[in-house]
Design a protein around this ligand. Structure first.
Ligand SMILES: Nc1ncnc2c1ncn2[C@@H]1O[C@H](COP(=O)(O)OP(=O)(O)OP(=O)(O)O)[C@@H](O)[C@H]1O
Ligand SMILES: [Mg+2]
Length: 417
C-alpha cells in the first residue's frame, strides 16, 4: 500500500534529512514510525503526501507514484499534520464542509459524510461551536475527522496525540483502531509515545538520522533484547566511572545511557545484581537507586537511537539527543526541545492550500510545489528565515488569541498565503 524505495532528501540548507530510506507498508497495517527529534519522520510524511519532493528515490502510495501521479495520491490519502490543520474561526461543521469542498465533493456527499464523522468522533453536540472554543482533544479529533472526509484508504498521522491528556489519548487510540479494524484504513503513524506505538502498531520502524535502524513487530523488537534490563541511577559524575567499570565486566552484555541513568543488560538480573553492586561499591561508585525489568520498547528505542557503550556502536554525537529528553509524562514521551525542535518551521506543514489554480487537485499545494515552479531553492531559505523572524510575533499573536491559520492567511507567517 505504501512503498518507499531509496528515498533521500537534502534540504537547500544542506541538511540531509533522509538517507536511502526503504519501507513497505501492507494494506490494512498500522505502521508506527519512531525516531528522535529531527530523525526525518515529518520529512518522510511530507514526501509521501506530495507536500515535498525527494532529492532522490521514489515512493508509491496505493500503487500511485508520488512524483508523477500526485493527484491520484492526494485522492487516496488523508493527512493529519504535526500541527493542527483546522481553522479556529470556523465551527467544526464548517471545517468539515470546507475540507470536503477542497476535495471537490458535492454538497450531498459532504453532508452525508460529515454527519457520519461527527457521530463517529463524538463531535455532534459541539459541531456548530467555533473551533476556538474546543479543547485540545476535541480539536485533534476534528483534525482526524477532516482528514477522513473523502473516505481515504490510507491515513498519515504525524504525532496525532501530542499534548492530549491520557483520557483523550486513549479515546483517540480507540478511533484509530476502529478505523483500521472496521474500515480497513491503512495507517502510517509517527509518535514520541512508545506505549502508543507499542499498543497500536502492527510493525514499528525506528528512524535515526534519516536511516531506518530496525523494523519489526513490537514483540519481535522487544524479544531482540534478551535478558534483563537493570536501570541504575547514580550520583553526579559517577556515570562515566560506572561505564568504564561495567564495560570490563563479563556479567554485562550491553550498556546504554539515558541522562543520569545507566541501563545495563545482563542474562539473569536477580542473580547478577549483588555482584554488580559489589563491583561498583568497591570502586566507590554510589548507586542512588536500582530497578530491574524485562526489556521494553524503551530499551529497543534506546539501543537503536542512542549510544551503546559495550557494543561500541555510537551515534558519534557530542551532545546526544537523549540528553534532551523531556522529564515527566510517565517517562515515556521522548520529545526534547532544544536544537531539534522544528515545530512550525518546516515547509508546507499543515497547509491545505485552497488555490484551485495550482493544477494539483485543488486542495493541495505547498511551498515545495511553488519553489519547484520557480526553480529557486534560495527562496526557500529566505522563506524559512523570514518565518523565523516572524515566529516571535506569531507567539504574541497566538497568546492574544489569534489562530495559526489566520496568522498564515494574512501572510504574516513568512509569506504563506
Ligand atoms: N524546511 C526545511 N528546511 C531545512 N531543513 C529542514 C526543513 N524541514 C526539516 N528540516 C531538517 O530535516 C531534518 C529532519 O526534520 P523532520 O522535521 O523531518 O524531523 P522529525 O523526525 O519529524 O522531528 P520531530 O520529532 O521533531 O518532529 C532536521 O534536521 C530538520 O532540521
Ligand atoms: Mg516531525
Amino acid at each position: 500500500m505504501i512503498r518507499i524505495e531509496k528515498l533521500s532528501k537534502i534540504y537547500a540548507s544542506g541538511v540531509k534529512a533522509l538517507d536511502n530510506l526503504c519501507i513497505h507498508v501492507e494494506e490494512g497495517e498500522i505502521f508506527g514510525f519512531l525516531g528522535p527529534n529531527g530523525a526525518g519522520k515529518s520529512t518522510t510524511i511530507k514526501i509521501l503526501t506530495t507536500l515535498a519532493r525527494p532529492t532522490s528515490g521514489i515512493a508509491w502510495i496505493g500503487g500511485y507514484n508520488v512524483l508523477t501521479e500526485p493527484n491520484k495520491v492526494r485522492c487516496s490519502i488523508g493527512y493529519v499534520s504535526q500541527e493542527t490543520g483546522v481553522d479556529y474561526f470556523l465551527s467544526g461543521r464548517e471545517n468539515l464542509v470546507l475540507q470536503g469542498r477542497l476535495y471537490r465533493m458535492d454538497s450531498k456527499s459532504i453532508h452525508k459524510r460529515l454527519e457520519e464523522l461527527l457521530e463517529l468522533f463524538d463531535l455532534k453536540e459541539t459541531a456548530d461551536a467555533l473551533v476556538s472554543t474546543y479543547s485540545g482533544g476535541m480539536r485533534r479529533k476534528l483534525d482526524v475527522a477532516t482528514a477522513l472526509i473523502h473516505n481515504p484508504k490510507i491515513l498519515f498521522l504525524d504525532e496525532p496525540t501530542i499534548g492530549l491528556d491520557p483520557h483523550s489519548r486513549s479515546s483517540l487510540w480507540n478511533y484509530i483502531r476502529m478505523l483500521n479494524k472496521d474500515f480497513r484504513v491503512t495507517l502510517f503513524l509517527t509518535t514520541h509515545y512508545l506505549d502508543e506505538a507499542d499498543k497500536l502498531s502492527h510493525r514499528i520502524g525506528i528512524l535515526h538520522k534519516g536511516s531506518m535502524k530496525i523494523l519489526d513487530t513490537p514483540e519481535a523488537l522487544k524479544d531482540s533484547i534478551k535478558g534483563d534490563s537493570i536501570n541504575l541511577s547514580l550520583s553526579g559524575g559517577a556515570k562515566e566511572k560506572a561505564i568504564t567499570i561495567l564495560k570490563e565486566s563479563p556479567m554485562v552484555k550491553d550498556i546504554l545511557c539515558e541522562d543520569g541513568h545507566v541501563r545495563v543488560y545482563v542474562n539473569n538480573g536477580s542473580e547478577t545484581i549483588p555482584g554488580l553492586m559489589k563491583l561498583l561499591n568497591q570502586q566507590g561508585v554510589e548507586i542512588l537507586s536500582l530497578t530491574i525489568s524485562r526489556p521494553s520498547l524503551d530499551d529497543v528505542y534506546l539501543k537503536y537511537s542512542g549510544v551503546s557503550f559495550k557494543e561500541g556502536e555510537s551515534t558519534g554525537e557530542a551532545n546526544p539527543w537523549w540528553a534532551q529528553w523531556q522529564k515527566g509524562g510517565g517517562g515515556k514521551k521522548w520529545k526534547g526541545g532544544g536544537d531539534w525542535n522544528q515545530e512550525g518551521s518546516s515547509e508546507g506543514e499543515g497547509i491545505k492550500d485552497m488555490s484551485p489554480s495550482d493544477g494539483q487537485g485543488g486542495a493541495w499545494g505547498s511551498w515545495e510545489d511553488k519553489k519547484e515552479d520557480k526553480g529557486d531553492e534560495k527562496q526557500e531559505d529566505a522563506w524559512n528565515k523570514d518565518k523565523d523572524k516572524n515566529e516571535g510575533q506569531e507567539e504574541a499573536w497566538k497568546k492574544w488569541g489569534g489562530s495559526t491559520s489566520d496568522w498564515e492567511k494574512w501572510g504574516k507567517g513568512g509569506g504563506k498565503s
